[in-house]
Design a protein around this ligand. Sequence first.
Ligand code: ZN
Length: 246
Amino acid sequence: MIIDSHVHLKHGDAAATEYTPERIVEVMDAAGIERSVVFAMSTTTRRAIEMADHAVRRFPERLVPYVYALPSYERPVIDEVREAIEDLGFRGIKIHVGECGLRPYIVDPVIALAGDLGVPCLIDLAGFITTAERLATEFPRTSLIIAHFGRYLCTDTSLIEQFIALAEAHRNVYLDASGVVLTWTITEAVRRIGAERVLFGTDGPHPEPDETSKARNAIRQIESLDISDEEKAMVLGGSVARLLAL
Ligand SMILES: [Zn+2]
């Protein structure tokens, strides 16, 4: 079963592009993806919860929601994040450095809450390895899914190496293979940390070349790896199913 661990109802691109749950499921059907983890960003935590909740009510068998944690000057969002997980059944938390920064006073309460509630944080660090090291060390009970192996479309092999080494050193660190262009680094990660901690994701939907081809290409990238069939199946869905207890 193929499970996409990284899908946007609302993206972080300049236009903050939105996709309806219907369109997301259409792309999943065309690409052969059974289930997808969905979340919104580029909006408030409140609105992101509404969007993901609506999507999952529409397709409860296909979509799995993450709550987007974004601090607010108006009021703390920690209660909203907790409520989404405890009362609405959200299975993880998404955090993006580009929208809120990752200073301890901003991000630590959310990371600690994730550990308390037993849900993972999918976190886009935009390459900030020292922050990743701090979080992995200080919050050993929180599963941290490092988006894009550390940085979106990264071609800096020494930086990717540092993120793989971080996952080697910390059992609570997982690597999200969406947006990874140096395919061999995914093979390298599977060899060093095991397929159980490497997660397939499309970071979709994405219109280039078109939504379905983008998803199919992401699946093919994993299928092309020089690893066993069991490991491929684990990366393509087993690892996130295990992590989220799906
Ligand atoms: Zn993304």
